[in-house]
Design a protein around this ligand. Structure first.
Ligand code: FES
Length: 121
């Protein structure tokens, strides 16, 4: 993975080594698919940003935590996806942040949160 300092050639834009997109989509109350915002996604996004910034192992690694619109995994919200691993996580709460930090820093598995492996062995 690229570390901090990697930049897009054309724009000189910093390229994250890992990029986390946290759905914070909000729908009207009682919508059939629900939404991540009503499950605490806005607070989860903020807390994950703070935790990433505070983790010494992630210092200088160029990791971004961005808000995202609907990831179409609403029923498993709070939802997020981590690239470049393409790790899709669901039913995430703030209690899961230490496991996510370990995944980002050490590659530890977060299988209990993964929704991209349902039905796969
Ligand atoms: S509302 Fe979050 S994935 Fe659809």
């Amino acid at each position: 993975m690229r570390g901090r300092g990697a930049r897009a050639k054309e724009t000189n834009m910093p390229i994250p080594s890992q990029h986390i997109f946290v759905c914070i989509n909000e729908r009207e109350p009682n919508h059939a698919r629900s939404d991540c915002a009503s499950k605490g996604a806005v607070e989860l996004h903020k807390a994950l940003k703070v935790a990433v910034k505070a983790e010494p192992k992630l210092a200088g690694k160029g990791i971004r935590v961005n808000k995202a619109g609907c990831l179409d995994t609403c029923e498993q919200g709070c939802s997020m996806v981590i690239y470049p691993q393409a790790t899709w996580l669901g039913n995430v709460t703030q209690a899961d942040i230490p496991a996510i930090i370990s995944h980002l820093s050490d590659g530890d598995p977060v299988n209990h949160l993964r929704i991209d492996q349902i039905g796969q062995d």
